[in-house]
Design a binder for this molecule. Structure first.
Ligand code: CP
Ligand code: NVA
Length: 318
């Protein structure tokens, strides 16, 4: 192991046995170290074999990237996953979460949970004796943000002082971008329609934990948010669970599309990010998501590398 790898392992050893329910659960150095380990795993400089450890996946919402990247990450670490779809387990018939979490802790080594309420995730973390990872809630998407900033780092070499502009719904993805960006010294500007701004408590938390003078800003004009930014980001206007509001949101969000006009305001080297799945012609124009600035598929791939790093850290495999 190189000295750099030893330094990363020393920092990440503090995560052994920990939950990740929020991007703010990590320190700045832990976040940087996870990105470094992910880079080494991606580049083939590091291989980690955890032995036959088991990840349980409790997903109450649809998923392609998060589910598959967790499954492949665990396989690459020499472990396996168990699919605990609530429709197929006793959870779907009303078995209490408290009992489920304690039972699963006897079989699995770590659990990833995708659910609606953050409170439900916190309850899993409370009752399980093994690490519980946030695979997306209505409040946050911390694994996504790690992959997003890994992609920015790959493009520009460094993160501190860069600016990411997020345009659209002030949702789970926006929240984790603000918190994770703050820890990494990245300025994060969020521009949302009136009434759809990010949660003020999350904004305040991001400002509290910001390092390297990172600015966390909420602005009303998307063009102002994009000005000079190194990364432009958007996400769906109606998240899972908000399908009934979709038609109304289409009208309210129409000036918040990541299109060529917005891209022209950014740094000429700017990259375009989207957590996917995307709706072309709604939150992002087809030419921009398919254009030369788009890094959305590198970003999706990086989910695998950051989650492999995270699993290795919480399972103490470094
Ligand atoms: N970006 C993301 O989390 O995708 P999935 O919903 O497919 O997991
Ligand atoms: N904000 C979106 C993200 C999907 C990955 C949702 O919650 O549906």
């Amino acid at each position: 192991m190189t000295d750099k790898s030893k330094g990363v392992a020393a920092v990440l050893s503090a995560l052994k046995g920990n939950d990740l329910v929020s991007s703010a659960d990590l320190s700045s150095s832990e976040t940087f170290s996870l990105l470094e380990l992910a880079k080494q795993l991606k580049g083939g400089q590091r291989r980690i074999d955890l032995g036959n450890r088991v990840l349980g996946l409790i997903f109450t919402k649809a998923s392609t990237r998060t589910r598959v990247s967790f499954q492949v990450a665990m396989a690459r670490l020499g472990g396996q996953t168990v699919d605990l779809n609530p429709q197929l387990t006793q959870l779907g018939r009303g078995e209490p979460l408290e009992d489920t979490a304690r039972v699963l802790s006897r079989f699995c080594d770590v659990i990833a949970v995708r659910t609606f309420a953050q409170k439900e995730l916190l309850d899993y973390a409370k009752w399980a004796s093994i690490p519980v990872l946030n695979a997306l809630t209505d409040l946050e998407h911390p694994c996504q943000a790690l992959a997003d900033f890994m992609t920015v780092q790959e493009e520009f070499g460094s993160l501190i002082g860069q600016t990411l502009a997020y345009v659209g719904d002030g949702n789970n993805v926006a929240h984790s971008l603000m918190l994770c960006g703050a820890l990494l010294g990245v300025n994060v500007r969020v521009s949302s329609p009136k009434g759809f701004e990010p949660n003020i408590q999350v904004v305040q938390k991001a400002r509290e934990i910001a390092t390297n003078d990172a600015l966390i800003e909420v602005v009303s004009d998307p063009l102002e948010a994009a000005k000079g930014a190194q990364a432009l980001y958007t996400d769906v206007w109606a998240s899972m669970g908000q399908e009934a509001e979709r038609a109304e949101r289409m009208k309210l969000f129409k000036n918040f599309c990541l299109d060529r006009k917005l891209l022209n305001e950014a740094d000429p080297r700017a990259i375009v990010l989207h957590c996917l799945p995307a709706h072309r012609g709604e939150e992002i124009s087809s030419d921009v998501i398919e254009g030369e600035a788009s890094r959305v598929f590198d970003q999706a791939e990086n989910r695998l590398h950051v989650q492999q790093a995270l699993l290795a850290a919480v399972l103490g495999g470094l």
